[in-house]
Design a protein around this ligand. Structure first.
Ligand code: ADP
Ligand code: MG
Length: 350
């Protein structure tokens, strides 16, 4: 009762903190008790010693109305995406996903057929990534659909890659291209608004297959992990790009106690993103920096690998690592230098 009396006086709204400050606030006093727990909170996955290898463990939550809108997210794609985003966190540790469990909260407006569709997507992704679905939990929900997936993966001890290993003068590299997923969301939102105003108008999504796929059915970077192995490259640090390039760069910066400098003219943008962003009057670089959900990898690597990376179109060198005192910098195409700030997607902050 004493505890209740004291605590009930204080009512701080959670949106006074952002997502990461809230996690820090709630977890800063947690002490790891088991010697097998190599790393707890703070990276893309936690790391557990399993003798010859490390196990990797991570959870991601997808909530209707926050992470997806069922007006334009087909349930099969949603099922696929919910697995892919979890596998992506295992890739970010340079590992390989092996098992998932699926937590599902569902309201009674869903039919069995609808949930079958969701599971078709989940099963398809499991097959694609070679992951076994080994359990979960199911409950009713009073406010829409919630999917919580936990993934278990593994990685050889000598190639595990944390957010914290970036070294001064390393190259900053990203995979694939950036900004498409955010633009896909803008496109779906626009067509949904038009449809709501006049349901006789059919959505105009033609010619934007790549951009829509990047939003609705993203892939985890399994293929890039494989290529890095083949090229004999172990990144010094790595993270998956779920909240936008700038936010992820700052995570590496903070975890590694270094600064990152990123060059605008090096950021890889697909030509379809260039074209559609002009139509939306959005700067495609802003989509890449602050958009999120691209699920590419951002990593740092020793300069000795420059030639191998330069030759491979899967990777783009976008900058370099500098001393922490020089901060995180964004060099615009006109040569001007700006401080890199995170305006990435935050589900908690207003
Ligand atoms: P990611 O974007 O890679 O999925 P998050 O930004 O969601 O990672 O989380 C950052 C870190 O905080 C991770 O190590 C994650 O495990 C941890 N974390 C997130 N939410 C919680 C929570 N409610 N309690 C404890 N740890 C959490
Ligand atoms: Mg991640």
């Amino acid at each position: 009762m004493k505890i209740l009396e004291d605590k009930s006086l204080k009512t701080t709204p959670i949106d006074t903190l952002g997502e990461f400050a809230l996690i820090d606030h709630l977890t800063k006093d947690i002490k790891l008790e088991n010697s097998s727990t190599i790393l707890g909170i703070g990276d893309d996955a936690s790391v557990i010693d399993k003798g010859d290898k490390y196990s990797l463990l991570s959870t991601d939550l997808l909530i209707e109305g926050v992470h997806f809108n069922l007006a334009y997210s087909p349930l099969m794609h949603l099922g696929y995406k919910s697995v892919a985003v979890n596998v992506s966190d295992i890739c970010a540790m340079n590992g390989c996903a092996k098992q998932i469990t699926v937590g599902l909260a569902v309201s009674n407006r869903f039919t069995i057929e609808a949930l079958e569709e969701l599971y078709e997507g989940i099963k398809l992704a499991c097959k694609h990534y070679g992951v076994d679905l080994v359990g979960g939990d199911t409950s009713s929900s009073t406010s829409g659909l919630m999917i919580s997936i936990t993934v278990l993966g593994e990685v050889e001890k000598d190639i595990i890659t944390y957010r914290s290993g970036a070294k001064i003068n390393d190259l900053v590299v990203c995979t694939g291209d950036l900004g498409a997923a955010y633009l896909g969301l803008q496109l779906l939102n626009r067509e949904n608004e038009i449809f709501k105003d006049n349901p006789t108008i059919q959505p105009d999504l033609g010619g934007n297959d790549y951009i829509l796929k990047r939003q609705l059915k993203p892939e985890a970077s399994v293929k890039y992990i494989k290529i890095l192995k083949e090229l004999n490259i172990i990144p010094t640090s790595m993270i998956d790009i779920s909240d936008g390039l700038s936010s992820e760069a700052l995570h590496i910066s903070k975890a590694s106690s270094v600064g990152l400098t990123i060059h605008e003219d090096k950021i890889p943008i697909d030509h379809t993103v260039m074209n559609l962003s002009a139509e939306f009057k959005i700067n495609p670089i802003v989509c890449a920096l602050n958009g999120g959900e691209d699920y590419e990898l951002l990593f740092t690597v020793n300069q000795q690998h420059y030639d191998k990376l330069k030759k491979d179109p899967d990777f783009t060198i976008i900058g370099f690592v500098n001393d922490q005192s020089q901060g995180n910098n964004f060099i615009a195409t006109d040569g001007s230098s700006h401080q890199l700030t995170a305006q990435g997607w935050d589900p908690i902050k207003k």
